[in-house]
Design a protein around this ligand. Structure first.
Ligand SMILES: [Mg+2]
Ligand SMILES: [Zn+2]
Length: 186
């Protein structure tokens, strides 16, 4: 039996996006995120983070620092009774990164590589899954992967082309979808 996923972009959805956040001192959690993840856990969704982290390729922080920060973040969720099942990240950038990180990879959103990997790893029901992001690139990655419910949680000037995505003004607005009701069209 295939499982549904709640895909979460990280910066701007889980934590406030101050740019290249990679330490606990820089982390301010977005209102409602712990409740949302707890609800998703209870409803049987796999909770999967999909995040572009070109800061690694740019040399702003290392892969090890990223992993250690994400471990801290997962612990914070656990303390709140919520579970993040897996984190997928893309450390690449096609021109701003150096060394092996400088490449046109298949994982950097708006490409669907991370979502495709999760579909395979978790045997996911992608059309029944939900993605929440704050950028057009999140919505586009979700659409290319075939994610059925794409929720845009970003500024209005980012949303000129929503392509079937629904706008939400608060993370709690995604609750109704998790519970099997349709979200209000926004
Ligand atoms: Mg973001
Ligand atoms: Zn990549």
């Amino acid at each position: 039996m295939k499982r549904k996923a709640l895909f979460l972009d990280r910066d701007g959805v889980i934590n406030v996006d101050f740019g290249y956040v990679h330490q606990p001192e820089q982390c301010v959690f977005v209102a409602g995120i712990f409740d949302l993840v707890r609800q998703a856990n209870e409803a049987g969704y796999a909770v999967i983070v999909v995040t572009n982290q070109a800061g690694i390729g740019r040399g702003y922080y290392t892969e090890a620092q990223f992993v250690s920060f994400m471990r801290w973040m997962s612990d914070r969720f656990s303390q709140e009774g919520a579970t993040i099942d897996r984190v997928y990240h893309c450390p690449h950038h096609p021109d701003a990164a150096s060394g092996a990180y400088r490449q046109s990879c298949a994982c950097r959103k708006p490409l669907p590589g991370m979502l495709d990997a999760a579909r395979h790893d978790f045997y996911l029901d992608i059309p029944a899954s939900i993605l929440i992001g704050d950028k057009q690139s999140d919505m586009e990655a979700g659409q290319r992967a075939g994610v059925g419910h794409r929720l845009f949680f970003g500024s209005k000037d980012e949303s000129e082309i929503l392509d079937g995505a629904l706008r939400i003004d608060a993370l709690l607005d995604a609750f109704s979808l998790l519970k099997g009701r349709s979200a209000a069209n926004g």
